[in-house]
Design a protein around this ligand. Structure first.
Ligand code: CTP
Ligand code: MG
Length: 243
């Protein structure tokens, strides 16, 4: 297996969700913060990575918003139709990639709903992924409780061993496609790429990511993402299109 440092790397962005928990008039990836849609913030960050060969974006079949945004016509961006679940959307994107990717190519999967991801986090992920792939993640800060069906505490798991999985997640294209198809066919609950790979016996590396890489999910997340974008602007962070 090639190491991502030596391989060609593509990006895949699931963006076919409806944003039900956000409850806005349009899917959350098309809401605007600091003058640009979340989708544009996310795409600018991915397109600033010179090491990314192409960015495949999976959108809903009837999405009227994505085609109006500038990244659609970017040389390195390809649009595909996603599916009914995040995992199905990722599978659709992987199938488009299989047509063009070499057998040793890797893919960096990143939620469109995470517009605050830093270039430094993505670069660290690319640099530290071993042969089993890797994902950005955060150690827990709250104490965990395991509950019974009635809402009473059963126990307190050791939080030092529990992490929150973020994106991007980085895996070889063909191995991820195989693991995801097998998991979907088996009806397994797959909410990230690593869970499909773990099922296939892989041991992805956890790479500590920054806390500002939040997934915009509920209405309260929107001002928080706006705050992080502003903080990053004030730090002078910029995302130059790498061509
Ligand atoms: N996603 C996707 N295809 C789906 C569902 C989700 O590509 N059928 C994408 C979303 O667009 C988002 C990412 O997966 O970029 C993470 O999903 P989530 O935060 O759950 O977004 P939504 O599914 O849109 O939100 P909700 O679950 O509240 O409806
Ligand atoms: Mg969802």
């Amino acid at each position: 297996m090639t190491h991502p440092g030596e391989a060609r790397v593509h990006a895949l962005v699931p963006a076919a969700g409806a944003g039900r928990r956000m409850g806005a008039a349009l899917p959350k990836q098309y809401l605007s913060l600091r003058g640009r849609t979340l989708a544009e913030h996310t795409m600018a960050r991915l397109l600033s990575l010179a090491s990314i060969d192409r960015v495949v974006v999976a959108v809903a079949a009837d999405d009227p918003w994505w085609p109006t945004l500038p990244p659609v016509s970017h040389r390195r961006v390809e649009t595909v139709t996603g599916g009914d679940t995040r995992a199905e959307s990722v599978r659709c994107g992987l199938e488009a990639l299989l047509g063009v990717a070499g057998e040793h190519d890797w893919v960096l999967v990143h939620d469109m709903a995470r517009p605050c991801v830093r270039l430094s986090d993505m670069e660290r992920l690319l640099a530290s992924a071993g042969e089993h792939g890797a994902l950005l993640a955060r150690p827990l800060t709250d104490t965990l409780k395991e509950a019974d069906d009635q809402g009473f505490v059963l126990g307190t798991p050791d939080r030092r061993r529990i992490w929150r999985a973020l994106t991007p997640q980085l895996f070889p294209v063909t191995a991820l496609h195989r693991a995801l198809v097998e998991a979907l066919e088996a009806g397994a609950a797959i909410t990230d790429e690593a869970s499909a790979m773990e099922r296939a016996g892989w041991r992805p590396r956890l790479v500590t990511g920054r806390a500002d890489n939040i997934k915009v999910t509920e209405p309260a997340d929107l001002p928080l993402a706006g705050f992080h974008l502003q903080q990053q602007e004030e730090e002078g962070l910029q995302w130059q299109d790498s061509g």
